[in-house]
Design a protein around this ligand. Structure first.
Ligand code: TRP
Length: 339
């Protein structure tokens, strides 16, 4: 535990609780969170309220996955003594801040947000987008500012949300007459989004192209065997394409031996390196990476009461923080207070 004088920069990030996490989450964010928890005061938000913005028809799924995602966190090495894990819907200050911030954002600004525009298209909402979904960037601004986070690790697609958060921060501070809220910067991972094993845009559980963190040895072998390569690379001695070849994208993401990867690429391009051999290399990398995560996951999955205790304790700590920010803001804005 840390003393009360804690000058480390505050991190807030989180995940929608719509399903267990997968290898794409691991390379994209979980791995760096495990490192960052030593240098930063880190909060992880189990974003169940945000998950409801496009899953209101299935609240039971959203609730169930609160525990699943928390179990994933512990499995990859998030240490509850260093990182606070908390549940969004159990932090009423976030909802109050959202309602307040909504008055400082215009509808046209919300509709112009590039992240939201793309997501609305992807989901086929058109004009029938739930209001909660259109407004989730404002709720996310509430999440970030309530914790006074200055660093927000998010995927590249979420970067415009940080910009919108900072606009809200400036407006609220101007109205409050002092710097109560702090601006944040996005921390975008150096590796891009991992494509699905089928070579489609991104790994996602709903697309059925993901390798979950709980994948068994056989699941991993199967996934690698099914992995999209170069459909025109028919004979071993034919020249093959590296671009768009998922096996190489994964080797780039997981293999630290750069020389080995570069050599394999050259060999594949000129012909003579078969898909089976290539895939064997990747599998030899993935199996030892995922084995300890799978084992720890099974351990924590058998101890749901312990995981729930971690979540409860973290949520209590997060309540104190978020309520303090809300109280400060209410006071500065001169809002009504009972007592
Ligand atoms: N939008 C994030 C996602 O899609 C989850 C999230 C909710 C979040 N609140 C946040 C991320 C605050 C960073 C900061 O997974």
């Amino acid at each position: 535990m840390h003393s009360s004088i804690d000058n480390r920069p505050i991190i807030l990030t989180g995940d929608r609780t719509t399903g267990p996490l997968h290898l794409g989450h691991y390379v994209g964010s979980l791995k760096s969170r495990v490192t960052l928890q030593h240098s930063h005061r880190q909060f992880l938000l189990l974003a169940d309220t945000q998950a409801l913005t496009d899953n209101a028809h299935d609240p039971e799924k959203v609730r169930r996955n609160v525990l699943e995602v928390a179990t994933d966190y512990l499995a990859v090495g998030i240490d509850p003594a260093l990182t606070t894990i908390c549940v969004q819907s159990a932090l009423p200050a976030l909802a109050e801040l959202t309602l307040l911030y909504l008055n400082f954002v215009t509808v046209s600004r919300l509709e112009r947000n590039p992240t939201i525009k793309t997501e609305i298209q992807l989901r086929g909402f058109e004009r029938d987008v739930p209001a909660g979904f259109l407004c989730y960037p404002v709720a996310q601004a509430a999440d970030i500012t309530a914790f006074k986070a200055t660093v927000v690790p998010v995927g590249e697609d979420q970067a415009p949300l940080i910009e919108q958060t900072n606009e809200i921060v400036r407006r609220l501070n101007r109205q409050a007459g002092r710097e109560i809220l702090v601006e944040a910067s996005a921390m975008v991972p150096s590796v891009g989004r991992l494509p699905g094993v089928d070579g489609k845009a991104k790994m996602s559980k709903s697309q059925g192209n993901a390798i979950p963190l709980s994948a068994s040895r056989d699941d991993i072998s199967d996934a690698v065997r099914r992995m999209y390569t170069d459909p025109y690379h028919l004979r071993v001695n034919d020249p093959g394409k590296v671009e768009g070849n998922v096996v190489f994208t994964y080797l780039d993401a997981f293999c630290e031996d750069r020389d080995f990867v570069e050599e394999a690429k050259a060999h594949y391009r000129r012909g003579g390196l078969g898909d089976v051999t290539l895939k064997r290399h990747l599998e030899a990398m993935l199996q030892p990476l995922l084995a300890p995560i799978r084992e720890r996951r099974a351990f924590y999955a058998s101890k749901p009461d312990y995981v729930m205790d971690v979540i409860r304790e973290g949520t209590r700590e997060a309540r104190r923080r978020t309520e303090a920010t809300l109280a400060e803001l209410r006071q500065a804005l001169g809002l009504f207070t009972l007592s």
